[in-house]
Design a binder for this molecule. Structure first.
Ligand SMILES: [Zn+2]
Length: 99
């Protein structure tokens, strides 16, 4: 190995997961913080779970709620368009207006 070009190697770098699990790997940093590991990842556990460290799911659900409220409000304030029965009626209406 050439001297002076390799970073310090830690053969027992501690990996700490957000779920509480810890294990050791070889690394150039002494400690690694991870959000997910093989003990808690849905692929390995087989259960459905949100991994939401940045609040993305929460944000999306909040926006969905706002969108629903907006839709309901819009539906309430929506006015019915005047219905024109036939072509003849429409012409008659226009004529009566122009007079
Ligand atoms: Zn984990």
């Amino acid at each position: 190995m050439k001297k002076g070009i390799h970073p310090k190697y830690y053969p027992q770098a501690k990996v700490v997961c957000a779920c509480g699990n810890t294990f050791y790997v070889g690394s150039t940093v002494p400690e690694i913080q991870v959000d997910i590991c093989s003990k808690c990842h849905p692929f390995f556990t087989g259960e459905m779970k949100y991994v939401d460290t940045m609040g993305k799911v929460e944000k999306f659900q909040r926006r969905m709620k706002l969108a629903r409220q907006f839709k309901q409000k819009k539906a309430k304030t929506k006015k019915k368009k005047p219905v024109i029965g036939s072509y003849k009626e429409a012409i008659a209406k226009l004529k009566s207006k122009s007079r």
